[in-house]
Design a binder for this molecule. Structure first.
Ligand SMILES: Nc1ncnc2c1ncn2[C@@H]1O[C@H](COP(=O)(O)OP(=O)(O)OP(=O)(O)O)[C@@H](O)[C@H]1O
Ligand SMILES: [Mg+2]
Length: 251
């Protein structure tokens, strides 16, 4: 695991303020996947509505067929609404509330969003979520932001390998006195030249990267009394591990 140098306090404060901006930026990067995801139910609604119109114009008396199309319109409308609901949840104004949470549930809430991003970038995705994890005291939105940062980095790194080799795994597990979330990819792994500075702000190898994702993630996890570490994965790619201490006295 890499132990980054500690930035001075004012830098941590700045990173905290940048967190909200960064979350919006991450969602901005994910916008293409979200747009694609929304487009599917909307296209379906338009074609079912067109079919209804066509049946009625033809003077069809087959109400079963028309009702079937209308039911599809309702279902697809609800699906689009669900996508937007998830999105609204993630862009809501941040607060500092912490509550007991199961990290598997927290990751599950992101599943749809991650799936659409992975699909769009030809990444094979798998989730291994442990059941009955001990609860952790956390700020849900902040920890979800960390997971999304790690996933975005993995998907970006995977673009440099052939589509057939793009694997991404998100796991949760019991880890002694902490709950663990691991993000593992089959990409090239972190460039050894930046490994020792990985969690410092403004360290990037990307032409348009801000180099803030990992620094912010590290600051969030640290403020929870947890750890964020990197090691090379068994498949040669990158493996990032978030460890969040169990609530005092368990749950
Ligand atoms: N999964 C990964 N595989 C390979 N390299 C990675 C991975 N995750 C991070 N890195 C390296 O670490 C650097 C820093 O990541 P970080 O998320 O902090 O910034 P960034 O992705 O460059 O920019 P942004 O601020 O938009 O997140 C990246 O530029 C990349 O070189
Ligand atoms: Mg990043």
């Amino acid at each position: 695991m890499t132990h980054p140098p500690q930035p001075p306090d004012e830098q941590w404060a700045l990173l905290q303020r940048l967190t909200h901006v960064s979350r919006l930026a991450t969602l901005g990067e994910m916008a293409a996947g979200i747009a694609h995801e929304l487009n599917q139910p909307l296209t379906a609604i338009a074609s079912y509505a067109q079919a209804c119109d066509w049946l009625l114009a033809r003077g069809s008396t087959d109400t079963a067929e028309i009702r079937e199309a209308l039911q599809q319109i309702t279902a697809q409308g609800l699906r689009a609404g669900e996508i937007l609901r998830r999105l609204r949840y993630l862009v809501r104004t941040p607060d500092s509330t912490r509550a007991l949470a199961d990290v598997s549930e927290l990751v599950e809430e992101l599943q749809g969003l991650i799936q659409s991003d992975a699909r769009l970038h030809d990444v094979r995705l798998s989730f291994e979520l442990a059941r009955n994890l001990t609860a952790v005291q956390l700020n849900r939105l902040e920890i979800q932001q960390v997971v999304l940062n790690l996933v975005r980095n993995a998907i970006e790194a995977l673009q440099s390998v052939a589509p057939a080799q793009r694997n991404l795994r998100v796991r949760t597990a019991h880890g002694g006195d902490a709950a663990e979330i691991t993000v593992i990819d089959s990409g090239p792994g972190v460039d050894p030249r930046i490994e020792s500075l990985l969690f410092s702000p403004f360290v990037t190898t990307k032409p348009t990267g801000a180099g803030l994702g990992l620094a912010i993630s590290h600051s969030i996890v640290r403020s929870h009394g947890g750890t964020l570490g990197y090691r090379r994965g068994s498949e040669g790619g990158a493996c990032f591990l978030i460890g969040l201490p169990h609530a005092q006295g368990g749950a």
